[in-house]
Design a protein around this ligand. Structure first.
Ligand SMILES: [Zn+2]
Length: 123
């Protein structure tokens, strides 16, 4: 396994483009925050993660490990990732952040992104 966290992935860029065009401004890759959120909106006390469905174990067709060779290995790996994600999100919430997660499979879903943008603009 190479690095789990990749930056500037296609899904991340799609989310950034959409939110930017909706008038939202953000900082990238909050290095000092748990989990290094992909987008940080300090004024709205919100962080956004764009998660790859496979690595972060989304319950969708992209997130399935069934078809992979050595499925038990990946299942364990992904369970670890999910546990770490949950821990980091708890830490962020405890520090007063609102946490939004955009799954890779949602990153090109316009109606999903519109709802997210509306929610963020209200904060
Ligand atoms: Zn997914």
């Amino acid at each position: 396994m190479k690095r789990v966290r990749r930056e500037h992935t296609a899904p991340e860029l799609a989310v950034r483009r959409f939110l930017h065009s909706a008038g939202l401004r953000y900082a990238l890759h909050g290095a000092r925050l748990p989990g290094r959120p992909d987008l940080v909106l300090p004024r709205r006390c919100t962080v956004v993660f764009v998660h790859g469905c496979f690595w972060h174990g989304h319950d969708c067709s992209h997130g399935s490990v069934q078809s992979k060779t050595n499925a038990p290995f990946w299942a364990r790996k992904i369970a670890d990732n999910r546990a770490r994600d949950a821990r980091q999100q708890d830490e962020l919430r405890a520090a007063g952040w609102r946490v939004e997660v955009v799954w890779e499979c949602q990153a090109t879903d316009e109606s999903f992104l519109r709802r997210l943008a509306r929610r963020l603009l209200r904060r």
